[in-house]
Design a protein around this ligand. Structure first.
Ligand SMILES: [Mg+2]
Length: 244
């Protein structure tokens, strides 16, 4: 499976995490105030849906060498080449949107969050068109959806800060769910509570797993999902989890 955010992190895009300059916001949960959750903010590809995007194939078609992030590479291209590469990325993303499938337990998870009165947000590095297509096809709805057209992409914490401002919430009241380094780095930099959704992979195999306050094998683990949404510490705790 290749999630839509499953690009290897490019050093140039990690800056906002390091430059946050706020020791509190980059600390594990044990060093932060734990507040009852008031919102969930979720990654899309690889977390809620499997769209089987293959970023190695996309990079190869674009002619991008190495493991550079596609979005970072696009920013550095000359305009003519950038237009060609954006068209390649858009085509792959739309194809991914058309074949996307919900992971088990996702509707129940979002339904439970709504039933508890939690706000819901989606933050993705995908385009607005591909995201809207995926959400429509999979029957998903969120209070707010932020795509790469809306602001700096993950791992920049911009989207989380923007939603917190809009909803008048503290980051500590937000649960960020993601399947990759970018999601967890953004959540940690913002000072939110981060949840790694492993999709039944060993959590240690996921890049950035050390930034997770909690791990979830799957949204089908309803007891664990319910505990997280209620601000409880689910048991048993996995070794990677920093929550207390
Ligand atoms: Mg992802």
């Amino acid at each position: 499976m290749r999630g839509g955010d499953d690009e290897p992190p490019a050093p140039v895009t990690v800056g906002p995490v390091a430059s946050a300059g706020d020791a509190r916001s980059t600390s594990p949960l044990s060093h932060r105030r734990r507040l009852p959750p008031a919102a969930v903010i979720c990654d899309l590809d690889g977390t809620l849906v499997d769209s089987r995007l293959d970023f190695q194939a996309i990079r190869a078609e674009m002619g991008i060498e190495g493991e550079t992030s596609v979005l970072a590479a696009l920013d550095r291209l000359e305009s003519t080449d950038a237009a060609r590469c954006r068209a390649i990325l858009d085509r792959h993303e739309l194809a991914g949107a058309m074949r996307a499938r919900l992971f088990p337990g996702v509707p129940d998870f979002l339904g439970a969050a709504a039933a508890l009165g939690l706000k819901s947000g989606l933050f993705t590095r995908n385009s607005r068109v591909a995201t809207a297509t995926t959400l429509r096809r999979c029957g998903l709805a969120f209070d707010r959806v932020l795509t790469r057209e809306d602001g700096p992409p993950k791992p920049d914490p911009w989207a989380i800060h923007a939603l917190c401002r809009e909803w008048e919430l503290r980051p500590e009241q937000v649960l960020v769910f993601g399947d990759f380094h970018y999601d967890l780095a953004a959540g940690r930099a913002a000072g939110a509570v981060t949840v790694l959704v492993c999709q039944d992979r060993p959590h240690t195999s996921v890049r950035g797993h050390e930034l997770a306050d909690f791990c979830l094998a799957s949204f089908a683990d309803h007891a664990r999902v319910s505990a997280l949404l209620r601000g409880l510490s689910p048991a048993p705790r996995l070794p990677a989890e920093n929550g207390r």
